[in-house]
Write a protein that binds this ligand. Structure first.
Ligand code: SAM
Length: 893
């Protein structure tokens, strides 16, 4: 049967065009000398290409010869064929010689003296192992042999799984063991053919094992004869038993799931089979056939190990504490150099040359040389300009330190574009600027005690909400009633809306500072040489632009007095500002604005506003823009309620008054007459009033007048900070003045309310009436809208008066009001408002702030500032007569 099968196989092979025929020398390799068999065998996995005796282990049910890598036929079956062949060719085939049918010729193999089988590869050797064969052919099923045939079996499924088959690696051991074990267990005869195969291989002298090349460590080095015990010990143990994890392609594949394996199988082509073969290579097994040379490198230099050892032994004596003196370092450096020199010749690569750091000495313009002809590339016009600027003419020696940018530098200079160095570069604060003692800051006013209740009783608390009558094109500029009344526009009281409205200074300030950043805030503290701390700008401000808010605690006069006597009695500085409605802002806890110093030529103003019904105070730029770095100042209009409290002014301005005292009034030069009757009348009134004020204030050195003035001041102060005055004389005066003060203020408050009404309907009034109303407005501005008992509540309509009140200096107020009794100044100057949210200077009739500052540096300097305005003066805490006078003055107009 076997012979018949072999014959069939041969017949089939002969029919196949690609298969070599027995007659073809190129394809038929005679065993000892034919290279093809050895080549085929070498390139194929030995167990799969070695044939065994027929009728064994052929598990392929449908043998397909075309798919066979090698067909092995029994030697006895082939012998007759060979004999025929020999007869034809005259070649002798020794008995038992292996005959291999190779598809392709292969190099000559080693001679095999006693072959027992004939291997007939029918596919290129690289195509892998035979998978299927005719059942009749004695070809081993590779799956069976490799143990992968049990993959389908599962112990869980109740399949009988051979323990040996659990092994996933394919090796000679597996095959042999399996064959043997399997035979033992199953009573199979597979062991016998394996043995026969191995015998055949041995006979060929190929040194192969049926298990394939032995990659175990024991086989890597030539084996020395061992004792039996040693041999037993070194016998190769199954990796499973040794516990060493074995990871091969097969194990990896087998560990995959069914689907994974399927996918993998699909993808595995012949190349995959080649990879499988690689398992048997040295590279795969990580066997180094070439010795690895290890080299030691130190600091980029090769180190000879032998020399290093010497060095180590030389250094081995116990080291003492490392000396860090220069000599030691130099010595060691020298030694090191020598060592390096010593080592250098032995080390393979030469030491690299030390790199020298290159510095960019041209900065951004590196690589650009100053052109020899600087006018090259310039237009005619530019050349002309260049000729006209001798500074730019080439001096002969190029400026190497900072050459101009080649393409644009000269042009920029020719065009003369202005530029500014960063503020910090040219205006750095002296290093180590002392900082003021820590104080609590406050970004929003806070009412303390009764102050809130006081405020709610004021008409402004509600009045502010009446709408202006502006049109969008007006933009709530100088004619806006809100602006004139120093009410900031908001959604409730503005007729034009946020987009067009320009009367929202505090909102603008909030938006500006909300974003943060010191340049948005725009101010910083500085330490002056003689006036303590001050504030300077670190950005530019437009004329009348809001700069910062003066915030603090809004307290009543009584509370202020209490604080001064109890809390601040040991303080060096007081930061109290007379505010409104018997209220004072105490900026001891407050904003940076409290550090702004006084100047007789100030660049700022402190102005009171009503914002959303709340009293607010802020520092605004004056009539000229403020440059970056300027110290910010405003006129305190300080009211030293006692002559002895007068403090020397150190503002240094040319028109310095010499003291931190009241601002003297000065007569402005007459302005050219205007057509507006109202304005004319106002102007006349102002002139008259101011002239008289000046006469009175100047006093002509009259001692009596001065005494009067001081007295008035004292009286005024008594109203402001009644009990804060510690002098006994003042105390007496205070008691007398108290009732009168109350009356005055009530009256003034009423006047302010009237003012609003008057403004609303002033346009068509007679000159006389206008003047009177204007005066009322000025009263309002001076006093921050104090009420008057005589006045009726104002209707909530506003007009747009073209003229408005003048400003007031509180220190003058006392004198003025006293004098007003006799002189009755007429009218007030026109007030205008700037478009950027604050009244302009002419509008500074508005409620400028009253500084209350007391510093213990000058212990006598306990003074209360008072309202500062440029125009008319009003009594502040003056005698009843002064208020009456004032009112009379208005009425008399
Ligand atoms: C509200 S504080 C201003 C901040 C103050 N320089 C500080 O260091 O706290 C007012 C005090 O500063 C001083 N001061 C402000 N301006 C001055 C000036 N022009 N001349 C002299 N002293 C001035 C006075 O002592 C005054 O009482």
């Amino acid at each position: 049967m076997a012979a018949a099968m072999a014959a069939m196989a041969m017949a089939e092979m002969a029919d196949m065009p690609e298969m070599g025929t027995l007659s073809s020398e190129s394809s038929f390799s005679g065993p000892p000398t034919d290279a093809s068999s050895a080549a085929a065998s070498l390139t194929s996995t030995p167990p799969t290409t070695v044939s065994v005796t027929p009728d064994n282990m052929s598990l392929a049910s449908e043998p397909d010869i075309s798919k066979l890598d090698a067909i092995t036929v029994p030697l006895l079956d082939v012998i007759p064929l060979l004999e025929n062949e020999q007869q034809e060719t005259g070649q002798q085939t020794p008995v038992g010689q292996a005959i291999v049918f190779a598809k392709h010729p292969a190099p000559a193999p080693a001679p095999a003296p006693t072959p027992t089988t004939i291997t007939i590869p029918v596919d290129p050797p690289s195509t892998g192992r035979a998978r299927r064969a005719r059942a009749s052919l004695p070809v081993y099923n590779l799956a069976k042999l490799s143990g992968t045939d049990v993959h389908g079996k599962r112990r869980a499924k109740g399949d009988a799984v051979n323990e040996n088959n659990r092994r996933r690696t394919i090796s000679g051991d597996t095959l042999v063991n399996e064959a043997e074990g399997g035979a033992d267990e199953k009573g199979d005869t597979s062991a016998e053919p394996n043995k026969a195969v191995q015998d055949g291989i041995n006979a060929l002298g190929l040194g192969w094992s049926i298990a394939g090349p032995d990659t175990s460590k024991s086989n890597r080095v030539p084996k020395k004869p061992k004792s039996s015990a040693a041999q037993a010990a070194s016998e190769r143990r199954a990796t499973r038993l040794s516990g060493a994890p074995v990871t091969t392609l097969t194990t990896t594949i087998s560990s995959l799931g069914k689907r994974g394996r399927k996918t993998l199988d699909k993808g595995l082509s012949r190349m995959a089979r080649e990879l499988k073969r690689l398992q048997d290579t040295n590279e795969f097994a990580h066997i180094d056939t070439q010795p690895v040379l290890y080299t030691v490198w130190k600091n980029g230099k090769y180190v000879d190990p032998s020399q290093e050892e010497e060095e180590e032994s030389a250094l081995s004596p116990p080291r003492k504490k490392a000396k860090t003196d220069d000599a030691t370092i130099a010595k060691s450096a020298k030694t090191g150099e020598e060592e390096v020199k010593k080592l250098e010749p032995s080390g393979p690569p030469p030491a690299k040359k030390r790199r020298v750091k290159k510095w960019l000495d041209y900065g951004l313009y590196a690589g650009q040389e100053t052109p020899a002809d600087i006018s090259r590339g310039l237009t005619l016009q530019e050349r002309k300009k260049l000729a006209s600027i001798p500074e730019l003419a080439r001096s002969g020696k190029p400026n190497k330190s900072l050459p101009l940018p080649m393409f644009n530098g000269l042009r920029i200079l020719l065009r003369g574009r202005d530029f500014k160095l960063p503020f910090d570069v040219c205006n750095p604060l002296p290093p180590g600027q002392p900082k003021p003692a820590a104080y609590r800051t406050m970004t929003k006013n806070r009412f303390v005690g009764d102050a809130a209740a006081y405020w709610k009783k004021t008409p402004h608390f509600n009045d502010f909400s009446s709408k202006c009558v502006c049109k969008p094109e007006d933009g709530c500029a100088e004619d806006c009633q809100n602006r004139i009344m120093l009410y900031e526009c908001d959604e409730t009281n503005c007729n034009v809306g946020k987009v067009h409205c320009q009367n929202r200074a505090f909102q603008n300030l909030q938006e500006r500072t909300k974003k943060g950043g010191r340049f948005r805030v725009g101010v910083e503290l500085l330490k002056t040489s003689d006036r303590g701390y001050g504030v300077r700008s670190n950005r530019c401000f437009e004329p009348n632009q809001i700069i910062m808010e003066y915030t603090g605690e809004i307290i009543t006069e009584e509370e202020c007095e209490r604080r001064m006597n109890e809390v601040y009695k040991d303080n060096e500085c007081y930061y109290l500002m007379s505010f409104d409605q018997h209220m004072i802002i105490d900026a001891t806890t407050g904003s940076i604005a409290r550090f702004v110093n006084h100047s007789c030529s100030p660049n700022c103003r402190m102005i009171k506003w009503i914002v959303s019904g709340q009293p607010r105070m802020a520092l605004f730029a004056g009539d000229r823009p403020i440059q970056t770095g300027e110290e910010l100042t405003y006129d305190y209009n300080f009211d030293p309620f006692s002559a002895k409290n007068v403090q020397k002014c150190l503002c240094g301005s040319p028109n310095c008054r010499g003291v931190l005292g009241p601002k003297p009034k000065e007569v402005k030069p007459p302005k050219p007459p205007k057509q507006d009757n109202k304005k004319k009348s106002v102007k006349g009134s102002v002139k008259a009033g101011k002239r008289k004020l000046k006469e009175l204030l100047a006093g002509d050195g009259d001692e009596e007048d001065e005494t009067n003035a001081v007295k008035k001041r004292k009286i005024k102060t008594a109203a402001g900070l009644k009990k804060s005055l510690s002098s006994a004389g003042l105390k007496a005066a205070k008691g007398a003045a108290k009732g009168a003060v109350t009356t005055i203020k009530r009256k003034v408050s009423s006047i302010s309310v009237n003012a609003k009404t008057a403004i609303g309907s002033s346009k068509k009034q007679t000159t006389k009436t206008t003047a009177r109303r204007v005066t009322s407005t000025s009263v309002l501005k001076m006093y921050g809208r104090q009420g008057s008992p005589k006045a009726k509540p104002a209707p909530k309509t506003k007009a747009s008066p073209k003229s408005s009140g003048s400003s007031t200096l509180s220190t003058i107020v006392a004198a003025t009001s006293t004098l007003a009794k006799a002189n009755s100044p007429k009218g007030s100057p026109k007030k205008t408002a700037s478009a950027n949210g604050s009244p302009s200077k002419s509008a500074s009739a508005s409620a400028s702030a009253n500084t209350v500052s007391s510093r213990k540096r000058t212990p006598t300097w306990k003074a209360l500032g008072s309202a500062q305005d440029d125009g008319d003066d009003l009594p502040r805490g003056g005698s009843p007569a002064s208020s009456v006078d004032l009112y009379t003055f208005e009425a008399s107009e």
